[in-house]
Design a protein around this ligand. Sequence first.
Ligand SMILES: Cc1cc2nc3c(=O)[nH]c(=O)nc-3n(C[C@H](O)[C@H](O)[C@H](O)COP(=O)(O)O)c2cc1C
Length: 161
Amino acid sequence: MSVNVIFGSDAGATRGVASRIAKRVQGKAIDIATATKADFENCSLLILGSPTYGAGDLQTDWELGGLDKLGAANLAGKKVALFGTGDQVSYPDSFVDAMGLLYDQVVAKGAVVVGFTDTAGYDYTASKAERDGRFVGLALDEDGESSKTEKRITAWISQLL
Ligand SMILES: Cc1cc2nc3c(=O)[nH]c(=O)nc-3n(C[C@H](O)[C@H](O)[C@H](O)COP(=O)(O)O)c2cc1C
């Protein structure tokens, strides 16, 4: 299996998480700022990640060109998994919202999203990344709960593979 982990990151937390995930699945971590359309297509599992900024928005590089690259890629029937970084304590009403935005984009492109997770164990009030009571991917809080990240990544990867 070949895995591409395409991420955006302002302050480095999401870059770090993307590298950890890529290492575990022997995949490649690719910054959305330099990713190409082929990076979305030429892998058997595509993993996309973004922190949430602003009022529940995607990271800047996703907004400035990243979504256009995603939009140009052929994702019909493609297996896609999502992860999001956020901060439950400071932004409880928009926790990992950006993951929900990525979800809507890839579903609209015909992708098959895998790797939904349980919201139990998190403490927030609202999230666009929650659908039917589950997160659409892996939700991580590197600001307040980084000690839980390793376990969450491990459980998620074993679910994906
Ligand atoms: C100005 C600002 C706005 C943020 N807004 C949100 C938000 O709405 N929801 C959320 O879950 N996290 C929010 N965060 C937290 C970031 O998503 C979190 O710190 C993330 O790990 C940053 O990732 P990065 O280091 O890869 O850029 C915000 C952080 C900042 C500085």
